[in-house]
Design a protein around this ligand. Structure first.
Ligand code: TYD
Ligand code: MG
Length: 448
């Protein structure tokens, strides 16, 4: 009985020139068994993705999505409250609305609140309104899932923004909005419609205290793309990151800046993370971090001072604590600096998280510079991982990093030995040990 319901069969190349159905008819193991129709296809028989991606109007957003919005996809946007999720998606909706019909479902805020934000973002009422819906921004302040689905079917927008999934409710379920069952049910219903009508859904999801998206983990499995919007409350820059992406690479980074008229793209983000060049203090060093395929020139600052505590204090901002303690231990043991009697503070300018190993050598140089009250040559970028034995180890994407440094006017780089670096526009000085790098990087601090 069960055999008759099984429809998939092993992939076998169809050698005959017969029609599809005949070619797909499998060989029967048992001749008495009735012939079944094969449903599996070879990949060459499947047509390509039907539609090209839609540019959102924000090139930073497109970059994180892997080259634009995929029609019919579900994108979940997470982030702390107040970070700018609604602002990002409303502005995206406004940019898209010039070319497509867009529906903004406001489940958390009133129409007036959205309109206020819209005006602040530079929204203007279009002069001519036509009967046919070919473009324009439509607003639906609603929390009832069925009403939202009905409106989506009636309007057939190209893209719909759902702000937020935790505020929706499906009346057939007794649990409260935001509960696991509600979130799961609402997302699945939206997904079915998205695939059926090819409507892209941009869905806001709240995050819990520990930073994960509230609601069931299944939410992240259901959607095609999970984006994270993050930033320092005290800084104006915002980072958009892909955590999961069925249509592109993850760990791509988009950089925005929150200004009074909304979110602006930052085309040259390195400038955000570099301090004042004129005022290069002892303890500063410049590194090139890589976020996905995006290189970022970042200034690190270290402060080392004699401790007045029984055990010295260590603190990091934008770096990994364990890597700092490891680098301090290497400098103590292999270079001979008595750092266990000194407090050490290291931070990255702008608070960007540069927890990758390629920052190690830069951290080490910043610490040595602060310890000896010298400055690191401001014309240098420093790239390399530091091993426990005091060796400088190769890092990934070194060419990309050096090209970014060249773009920003750096002429020289300290790099790990053994990496091929021709044609990057920067003179690369290779080192194999931390001790060798110190002599090359440090110079006397200019007298005031
Ligand atoms: P919002 O998009 O409401 O955050 P979320 O949806 O993630 O909770 O953004 C809220 C913050 O953004 C708010 O503190 C004010 C600030 N903001 C600006 O600085 N400029 C603007 O143009 C807008 C609309 C908001
Ligand atoms: Mg919001």
């Amino acid at each position: 009985m069960q055999e008759q319901t099984l429809e998939t069969v092993a992939i076998a190349p169809s050698s005959s020139g017969l029609g599809n159905k005949a070619a797909l008819r499998g060989k029967r193991a048992d001749p008495t068994e009735p012939a079944r129709l094969r449903r599996s296809l070879q990949l060459s028989d499947i047509s390509d993705f039907p539609q090209a991606r839609i540019p959102s109007g924000y090139s930073e957003f497109d970059r994180v999505l892997g080259g634009g919005i995929v029609p019919g996809s579900l994108v979940l946007l997470g982030g702390d409250p107040g970070i700018g999720k609604s602002t990002l998606l409303l502005k995206t909706a406004m940019l898209l609305a010039d070319r497509h019909p867009i529906l903004y479902v406001a489940a958390e805020e009133s129409g007036q609140q959205i309109k206020m934000r819209w005006q602040r973002l530079g929204g203007k009422v279009p002069e001519v309104s036509s009967e046919a819906v070919t473009s324009g921004l439509y607003l639906l302040p609603e929390t009832d899932l069925e009403m939202i689905l009905a409106e989506l079917e009636a309007l057939r927008p190209r893209v719909a923004v759902i702000d937020s999934i935790q505020a929706l409710y499906f009346s057939a379920l007794s649990s409260a909005p935001g509960s696991v069952a509600q979130v799961r049910e609402c997302t699945s219903a939206l997904m079915r419609l998205a695939k059926q009508l090819e409507i892209t859904m941009l869905i806001v999801g709240h995050v819990t205290k520990d930073g994960s998206i509230a609601g069931p983990k299944v939410l992240e499995h259901l959607v095609d793309t999970v984006l994270q919007f993050e930033g320092d409350r005290f800084a104006s820059h915002r980072l958009l990151r892909a955590i999961k992406n069925r249509f592109g690479a993850t760990h791509e980074l988009g950089v925005f800046e929150m200004v009074s008229e909304g979110l602006e793209e930052v085309k040259n983000p390195s400038a955000l993370f570099m301090g004042d060049r004129e005022d290069y203090a002892p303890g500063s060093a410049t590194i090139v971090a890589c976020e996905g395929t995006r290189p970022l020139v970042v200034e690190l600052q270290a402060l080392v001072s004699p401790t007045s505590y029984p055990s010295p204090r260590r603190s990091v901002t934008g770096l990994e604590f364990n890597r700092l303690t490891q680098i301090l231990a290497v400098l103590e043991k292999r270079v001979g600096l008595p750092l266990s009697k000194f407090d050490a503070y290291v931070s990255s300018v702008g608070g960007l998280n540069v927890g990758e190993p390629a920052a190690d050598l830069g951290v080490a140089m910043a610490i040595v510079a602060s310890f000896r009250d010298r400055i690191v040559n401001p014309e240098l970028v420093i790239i390399g991982e530091v091993g426990l034995g005091g060796q400088v180890r190769p890092v990934s994407q070194i060419e990309l990093r050096l090209k970014e440094a060249a773009k920003l006017g750096f002429t020289t780089a300290i790099v790990p030995k053994g990496q091929d670096l021709s044609g990057t526009g920067v003179e690369a000085i290779a080192v194999s040990r931390v001790v060798d790098a110190i002599g090359l990087c440090l110079m006397a601090a200019p007298s005031p």
